[in-house]
Design a protein around this ligand. Structure first.
Ligand code: HEC
Length: 726
């Protein structure tokens, strides 16, 4: 009997302290961070839903904020998180919600309009991309807060009541356009959430990708105060590592981008944060940014406590094809040459997986510096003579788009598309952009994209949603043939400088992602257009740097406002852009973002157009690749499933499944993780261009997906749909 007393005491103390943790850990499993875990692996350890029962999945609940705006292509790319039974996520207008994660019942809703009253009239100012939110609590389980970005403001919201924490930062938020070492006027916006390490929120941001973009430095903020704790300069400054690789020693003062917009991963044990970066602006001409452009297009390993450099690997040198690293890295432990190695794997838009030893940046499989074409580059350009190509893992996307790959969906379409194909001269990866044109394949939106990869830590198999769409890259002179002595002419020049890459020289857009502005005056009044320019919307950046006079000229051009006597005063004050001291003026630009689509809107390449791929990270072998999504009307015609363009990532589960939405056909799918066989699918209210969150409460497993649609011509939606077994 005597010996039992201490046991009881032990049990009681356990109940009070450590077992509380243990109990909550067993009640709730999964999805406390963006991408599921800080490893970035989109893995769920839940196994209630299996191959055997997946066909019985039913909608458990749906939640909607009533936010969708079909006319304005609202979207929702949020991967929500679940902490202690509560689901946190955002709506198309960036309202932040807390729901009972089992029932979908709303606990609170935070609407950023309530704090940013200056924008109250302009609800569209809140149409921004937010891919997720971050949770933090202190070591006693108190001070619970959610961090999330609404444009350039990163808010700290009380996780218990949905109210901004007013003693944080500047009154509930910090401003991403500050603390960058120079005044930033141009666009900056939080998209993919950052990561927590101890009491630091480590973040990147989306900036515009032009030659006068804001700096893309990596920053860590104190989770309690909202004060900057460290900054890592992604374009190195005098005395910093990498500075000597820049022929222009002033580059750091006037260039920008090299930003992290795709998320990060943290090795908690070692205190290292892994940060993928994008290219230096402007995207397609680099005469003003000679050299390899460190630390653009890099995987960076930084000390999470101090922000100090540990190692880097540059995946694309002197990028001329917008080959930003598009997704958070995956941390995985593998066996290699008889050794256990803690590795980091990075997927790319061009369809590779780069793998390194996490501790020192040594490649796991050899990476070869291969010669690439440099002839026919634009005057002033200095393309890199080599680019790194991994020997393994095998690429998960096709690497070449030749004439033999042109669609054969019908003889007529083939003939028409082959003719168009032949108008673009070059089809080798890494051919420098030119007026003759080159095929960017996999396209500007990957290959791999922000949906990211899922990795099963038990099998070391990586799953990727992969798009295979060719885009034509054709360069033109920056147009100058406008009369800058009239207000409309000045407006045209402003348009050519800021808008033409996306909306096109003839204002026609590209049909799907970039709308036509030809008759914009019929749709909007001048002040509405002005507001869109000032705030940006969805994937369109804002242009606050355009002065009031220049904006009036731009509106005169867009809305075809006839000349007035009062124009003279504006023209006298506003020197034309050609005469202005323009930052980093570039002589060439791309003539628009052009997917290769046939007259019916189908990709002009032979299928598959979108696939789910499985790559074995131990052997480096591409295990399988299956079409993901379909065009039902083509399937009816007897054409095997083609897959569609994909926006959103997969989740792999211990239960043997891969869940993924991401398809244009508005479905969510489950695949057998071993074979790639599709074992279940369900129709969503709108396309799930996002990554699912998979979690369990008291052993019951839930799969939640944001159904925001709004991309590539799909209808908009505003609901989250949750599936579970009945
Ligand atoms: C990086 C690409 C990009 C650039 C540069 C850009 N836009 Fe846009 N723009 C977009 C996208 C994408 C949309 C669609 C936004 C949405 O989903 O609502 C858009 C939408 C618009 C709309 C609303 C169209 C409609 O039918 O609702 C206007 C007006 C507009 N842009 C004007 C401009 C002007 C003026 C400029 C130059 C100052 C400009 N844009 C520069 C990408 C761009």
């Amino acid at each position: 009997m005597k010996t039992r007393i201490p046991l009881v005491v032990l049990a009681a103390s356990c109940l009070l302290v450590s077992c509380k943790k243990h109990q909550s850990a067993s009640r709730y499993a999964g999805w406390a961070t963006y991408a599921g875990t800080k490893d970035g692996d989109r893995y769920s350890s839940n196994d209630q839903i299996t191959l055997k029962n997946v066909s019985r999945l039913k909608v458990a609940w749906t939640y909607s904020t009533g936010d969708k705006d079909a006319a304005n292509r609202s979207q929702n790319q949020c991967n929500p998180i679940m902490v202690d039974g509560i689901l946190y996520g955002t709506s198309p207008k960036l309202k932040l919600f807390a729901l009972d994660a089992a029932t979908g019942e709303q606990k609170w809703l935070f609407d950023p309009v309530t704090v940013d009253t200056s924008k109250k009239k302009d609800a569209m100012a809140f149409y921004k991309i937010c891919r997720g939110v971050v949770y933090w609590q202190d070591s006693t389980g108190g001070n619970k807060r959610i961090f999330y970005s609404v444009g350039q403001k990163t808010f700290a919201i009380d996780a218990e009541n949905g109210k901004p924490i007013m003693d944080f930062g500047k009154g509930g938020y910090f401003d991403l356009s500050e603390d960058l070492g120079r005044k930033v006027n141009s666009y900056i916006s939080g998209t993919t959430p950052g990561v927590i390490y101890k009491d630091l929120l480590i973040i990147g941001a989306r900036v515009d990708e032009s030659e006068d973009a804001a700096p893309g430095h990596i920053r860590a903020y104190d989770v309690m105060t909202g004060k900057l704790r460290w900054i890592f300069h992604t374009i190195p400054q005098p005395g910093e590592i990498g500075f000597n690789t820049w022929p222009d020693s002033t580059a750091w003062k006037h260039l920008g981008s090299a930003n992290n917009w795709a998320g990060m991963a943290v090795d908690e044990k070692r205190g290292i944060v892994y940060v993928p970066t994008g290219s230096v602006g402007g995207d397609f001409y680099g005469g003003h940014r000679k050299g390899p452009d460190l630390f653009a297009n890099c995987l960076l390993a930084l000390d999470a406590v101090t922000g100090k450099y540990i190692w880097h690997y540059q995946v694309v040198h002197h990028d001329l094809w917008d080959r930003d690293l598009p997704a958070n890295p995956n941390l995985v432990t593998i066996q290699h040459d008889g050794k256990t190695i803690d590795a980091v794997a990075q997927i790319t838009k061009h369809g590779f997986v780069f793998m390194f030893d996490r501790t020192n940046g040594q490649p796991i499989f050899p990476i070869e510096e291969k010669p690439v074409p440099t002839a026919n580059a634009l005057p002033g350009e200095q393309p890199s003579p080599t680019q790194p190509i991994p020997t393994l893992p095998q690429p998960f996307a096709r690497q070449h788009f030749g004439p033999e790959d042109v669609t054969d969906i019908s003889p007529e379409t083939h003939a028409a598309m082959l003719e168009r194909y032949n108008k673009v001269k070059y089809n080798t990866m890494f051919t420098p952009p030119s007026k003759d044109g080159d095929w960017v394949f996999p396209g500007f939106d990957g290959g791999g994209e922000w949906g990211g990869a899922a990795v099963d830590p038990e099998t070391k198999i990586m799953y990727i949603s992969n798009t295979e769409m060719p885009w034509a890259q054709v360069m033109i002179d920056v147009p100058k043939n406008v009369d800058e002595h009239t207000l409309q002419g000045l407006g045209h020049a402003i348009y050519n400088r800021y808008c033409v890459t996306c909306h096109g020289p003839e204002l026609k857009g590209n049909g799907t992602s970039f709308p036509s502005l030809v008759n914009i005056g019929k749709k909007y009044k001048g002040d509405q257009v002005s507001q869109i320019i000032a705030s940006g919307r969805n994937m369109m950046p804002s242009f606050k740097q355009i002065s009031a006079g220049d904006k009036q000229a731009l509106l005169a051009f867009l809305l075809k406002i006839p000349a007035k006597p009062s124009d003279a005063a504006i023209l006298a004050k506003e020197p034309p852009p050609t005469a202005k001291n323009v930052q980093n003026p570039v002589p060439y630009m791309m003539d628009g973002y052009k997917r290769f689509l046939d007259k019916d809107g189908y990709p002009g390449i032979k299928p598959p157009w979108g696939t789910l791929d499985a790559v074995d990270l131990t052997s480096g072998k591409l295990l399988w690749k299956v079409p993901l999504g379909e065009y039902p009307e083509l399937t009816k015609r007897g054409i095997p499933k083609t897959g569609t363009e994909l926006y959103g990532g997969p989740v792999v589960t211990k239960g043997g499944l891969v869940f993924v939405a991401a398809t244009k056909d508005e479905m969510i799918h489950a695949f057998d993780k071993k074979t790639g066989q599709e074992v279940w699918s369900a129709k969503l209210p709108a396309a799930g261009f996002a990554t699912p969150a998979v979690y369990a409460i008291d052993g019951k497993e839930y799969v939640v997906i944001a159904c925001g649609g709004g991309k590539i011509g799909s209808k908009s939606g505003d609901s989250y749909v949750c599936f579970a077994l009945p």
